[in-house]
Write a protein that binds this ligand. Structure first.
Ligand code: CUA
Length: 148
C-alpha cells in the first residue's frame, strides 16, 4: 500500500472535509449512528452492512450475514485509514475517514471469517480484527428490517 494513500484526520479537516460523513460526528448523526450499524435486510432480501472502523476496532465487532446473498458493505472510518480483509477470501474493503466505501460481496457458503485490519493504523493495529459469521440463508434473521 503506497504511503501516499494514507490520510490523516487533521489533513482531512484542513482541506474542509468532503461530502462524506464527518469522522468526528459519525456516532452522533447520519447513516453511521450506532442503531444503524450491522446488517439490515432490504425489501427484496438484499442485505446491507454498515460498519465503522476506528482505532482499534471494527464496529460492530461481529457481523452475521446470510450465505448466497449479495451483501453490500458500506464502511467509513472515525480516524485513520483501515483496510478490512475477509480472511480466506479475496474480498477486502478500505475504510477512509470522511468517505463511504461501498462494495458488494457474496459469500457462497456458511462459515466464519476473521476480519483483520491490513493497513497499519497505529499501536493497536495488529490486534484490530472483527468477525464475520456467514449463516445459511434460512437461519438469517436481521435484527432490523429496512423501513423501505
Ligand atoms: Cu486498523 Cu490497522
Amino acid at each position: 500500500m503506497p504511503a501516499g494513500q494514507r490520510v490523516s484526520l487533521s489533513v482531512w479537516h484542513l482541506f474542509g472535509g468532503s461530502n462524506g460523513p464527518d469522522p468526528v460526528t459519525l456516532h452522533l448523526r447520519g447513516e453511521f449512528v450506532e442503531s444503524n450499524l450491522g446488517a439490515t435486510e432490504g425489501p427484496a432480501g438484499s442485505v446491507t452492512v454498515r460498519m465503522i472502523a476506528q482505532q482499534f476496532v471494527f464496529v460492530p465487532q461481529c457481523i452475521v450475514v446470510p450465505a448466497g446473498v449479495p451483501i453490500t458493505f458500506r464502511i467509513t472510518s472515525a480516524d485513520a485509514v483501515h483496510q478490512l480483509s475477509f480472511l480466506g477470501t479475496n474480498y477486502g474493503l478500505k475504510a477512509v475517514p470522511g468517505a463511504v466505501t461501498e462494495a458488494t460481496f457474496t459469500f457462497a457458503k456458511a462459515g466464519e471469517f476473521k476480519i483483520p485490519c491490513q493497513e497499519f493504523c497505529g499501536a493497536g493495529h495488529y490486534a484490530m480484527r472483527g468477525h464475520l459469521d456467514v449463516v445459511p440463508r434460512g437461519q438469517f434473521a436481521s435484527p432490523r428490517k429496512a423501513d423501505l
